[in-house]
Design a protein around this ligand. Structure first.
Ligand code: UDP
Length: 405
């Protein structure tokens, strides 16, 4: 099949760890590679956010990345991209009508991509599929006035859910949110993300560490909702351990990052500054060595649409303590492959970390069961096969004659 993937702000080729570059970039890159590996002809459309980018480029994993000239040719925060989605959609429609390559299906990632994709789908008759990755209702609930989403996001998300041919949901929690929003369950297909088990595996290089000191690792973008503040607040309950925080800008730029400064100041006021180490963003290829260097991975977000880092840790054979939210509530089986604790509760987190660090047998049991779970359920190949079936189903839907632009 010819498959278009639309990911307006999250390029599969971006460097990860910075504020707007994380799981969606990885997801799109891995999924595009897995679909190409299944023999599909895949093109990823992402915004041209630098004048230096070529019109299109072949990714090493067998798919094509097309840079769409919509909005300024520079980085723009993802929440400010809405005004350019009409232009993005028109460009797609023109390409698909006249560019010699029309997809059999278009899969949008994130709601703004959904708007551009539906726009293009209406004009070309191409069937549309949407993965939200994150929902405005959830973000508003947790971030309140700090939510920088454009007004109307929730209404757009509801309308998209009722318009696209299929919504791909990634976890049970997302199903419940969407049903509450009024998106019919019958329009949804539950297909969780995978994890790259070549990159994330139990054997391989290990980042340097002090063998005498237990290591906790926590990974993600330097944003409040990832729960790093709660992890630091839990550290006084774990007197001997060190906590390594991976993510954010590269190490030399960390001092200029306001959230990193806040985290450092909190570590000082909690009396744990000598045991909390911020290493900054690291390239994806090095992530495995950081996971493998740890005794426990803590994933403590306030909310999490899916959460790739717990899967990556599990695939590296590291036991996980996660908050009982979003996709983590599906991927980590409490008491079997890891521990689940309530979000925003440093006390519960500290107790869980202390207990797990003191129990080598339990860590081993969690790591073994987690690896088993990863191998049986969370490969990108399985994800690509399940999505191929969804694409095949929607591509046979009879379309009304496309409207002329
Ligand atoms: N990541 C990375 N380098 C970093 C920090 C994170 O490559 O320094 C990757 C991490 O391995 C994972 C992704 O960024 O693949 C984060 O995805 P997740 O779903 O956990 O969070 P999101 O960014 O989507 O909120």
């Amino acid at each position: 099949m010819r498959i278009a993937m639309i990911s307006e702000h999250a390029s599969p080729l971006a460097v990860l760890g910075e504020e707007d570059a994380g799981g969606q970039n990885t997801h799109v890159a891995e999924l595009a590679a897995a679909l190409a590996g299944e023999g599909h002809d895949v093109r990823v459309y992402t915004r041209r956010d630098s004048a230096a980018l070529p019109d299109s480029v072949s990714a090493p994993d067998g798919y094509q990345v097309c840079h769409v000239p919509a909005g300024p040719a520079q980085r723009v925060p993802k929440d400010d991209l809405l005004p350019y989605m009409g232009e993005f959609g028109r460009w797609l429609a023109d390409q698909w009508r006249q560019g010699g390559w029309t997809p059999d299906v278009a899969h949008a990632h994130f709601w703004m991509s959904g708007l551009a994709t539906v726009h293009a789908g209406r004009r070309t008759g191409v069937p549309t599929v949407l993965t939200y990755h994150a929902l405005g209702t959830v973000k508003r609930r947790h971030q309140g006035a700090k939510d920088t989403s454009p007004p109307g996001r929730v209404g757009y998300e509801r309308a998209l859910g009722r318009t696209v041919d299929r919504v791909i949901v990634q976890c049970e929690d997302e199903v419940a949110e969407l049903v509450r929003m009024g998106v019919p369950r019958s329009r949804m297909a539950l297909v969780p993300s995978g994890v790259n088990q070549q990159v994330f595996r139990p054997d391989g290089p290990v980042a340097p560490r002090d063998p005498a000191r237990p290591r906790i690792i926590t990974v993600g973008r330097m944003v409040e909702r990832k729960g790093f503040l709660e992890v630091v607040r839990a550290m006084p309950a774990v007197p001997d351990a060190e906590c390594v925080v991976v993510g954010g800008p590269p190490a030399d730029l960390l001092p200029a990052d306001s959230f990193a400064r806040r985290l450092t100041a909190l570590a000082e006021s909690c009396g744990v500054a000598d045991r909390v180490r911020l290493v900054g963003g690291v390239p994806r290829e090095e992530m495995g060595s950081w996971y493998r260097s740890a005794d426990v991975l803590v994933a403590a977000p306030w909310y999490e649409p899916f959460g790739l880092t717990p899967l990556e840790g599990m695939a590296c054979g590291v036991p996980v303590i996660g908050t009982n939210v979003g996709g983590i509530a599906d991927t980590v089986v409490d008491g079997l492959t890891g521990d689940l604790v309530p979000p925003r509760d440093p006390r519960a987190l500290g107790t869980a970390i202390r207990r797990l660090l003191a129990d080598k047998v339990r860590r081993f049991a969690y790591a073994t069961a987690a690896l088993d779970r990863i191998r049986s359920r969370y490969s990108w190949k399985r994800c690509a096969e399940q999505l191929s079936a969804v694409y095949a189903a929607v591509s046979t839907v009879a379309r009304p004659a496309p409207a002329v632009a």
